[in-house]
Design a protein around this ligand. Structure first.
Ligand SMILES: [Zn+2]
Length: 322
């Protein structure tokens, strides 16, 4: 499974080439949008670093004792910070525990890999604590980080890591991968424009029977608003799909983010009208949706929460004469 998700792609290719040539740096950061396979790639590299195959070009071999233990999640020298469920950040305490393990001898004779996924969750204190070990790793220790965004990673950490940027997947690559998962072509065609280059998102959509319906609702309820008189029918439509209301609100947030970050990729007519709005207008809408979601978390009803969003949308639509 791990192996077959990796197609021949540029950055990934170069990295795997370095792994097979035995010349990976001791600290590596894979950065790129969510769902582009960073974790899979990091796991593949960690496995390769710990594999016992005699020739580096054969690693990971998939059959040696270490590869099998890796697949069963029982590799003793694979070190990950412990994150308690419900916690968002990787606390200093977790990093200290990890450093304590590193200060001891490896349990086995071979490479040791510290794998930190979503490194943006490391607090500045946690990052500072890691610095020295990253700077002076012993010969058999490798640090692997993944991050959706490097914005919250300290420059001191970045300057000590080899940074590999993982690009969003091409339409062709997404389509091929979805076919391998047995998804029929007509469904692939529906999903591709919504996946934003993320195989993770594409597969998630494919498993959610209501997703396409929810997207259509999000578009008609939120993005077809032009004047305040459109608000009551929109609320009526939302009431009719009340059980999916929060999911529809999530999609409205995602679509607004795409309008902000990658307007060129927006082709859908309901949404493309909104390209007339400027960054501040779109940010205003996004902030209102985020606020509405917060209200929902504190048990405010769906309709009053959505009403505020719709009123901001009608204000912006009138301002930009959509
Ligand atoms: Zn192996």
């Amino acid at each position: 499974m791990t192996e077959d998700i990796l197609c021949s792609q540029t950055a990934e290719d170069a990295l795997i080439g370095d792994l097979k040539a035995g010349r990976l740096p001791h600290a590596l950061l894979l950065s790129g949008p969510a769902g582009t396979g960073k974790k899979t790639l990091a796991a593949y590299i960690a496995k390769g670093l710990m594999c016992k195959a005699a020739q580096s070009q054969d690693r990971p071999c998939g059959i040696c004792k270490n590869c099998r233990r890796f697949d069963h999640d029982s590799m003793p020298d694979l070190i990950r910070p412990e994150v308690k469920s419900g916690e968002k950040n990787i606390r200093l305490e977790a990093v200290r525990e990890l450093l304590e393990i590193l200060s001891r001898h490896p349990l086995e004779n071979g490479n040791r890999v510290v794998l930190i996924e979503n490194a943006e969750r490391l607090t500045p204190g946690s990052q500072n604590a890691l610095l020295k070990s990253i700077e002076e790793p012993d010969e058999s220790t490798f640090f692997l980080f993944t991050a959706d965004s490097i914005r919250s990673i300290l420059p001191t950490i970045l300057s000590r890591c080899g940074i590999v940027r993982i690009a969003p997947w091409s339409i062709r690559r997404l389509s091929d991968e979805m076919k391998k998962h047995g998804i029929p072509q007509d469904r692939i065609d529906d999903i591709l424009p919504l996946a934003g280059g993320s195989i993770g998102k594409a597969l998630q959509i494919s498993q959610d029977a209501h997703f396409l319906e929810d997207v259509a609702s999000a578009k008609s309820i939120f993005f077809d608003i032009r004047t305040p008189s459109d608000i009551p029918p929109a609320l009526k439509a939302l009431r009719e799909r009340k059980d999916r209301g929060d999911r529809i609100l999530d999609i409205a947030e995602e679509e607004t983010e795409i309008l902000l970050r990658a307007p060129d990729s927006v082709q859908d007519p309901s949404l493309s009208a909104w390209k007339k709005a400027d960054v501040y207008g779109l940010k205003h809408i996004l902030d209102t949706i985020i606020e509405a979601k917060k209200y929902r978390k504190s048990s405010v009803g769906l309709i009053p929460s959505a009403e505020k969003v719709l009123s901001v949308l009608s204000e912006e639509a009138e301002k930009w004469q959509l």
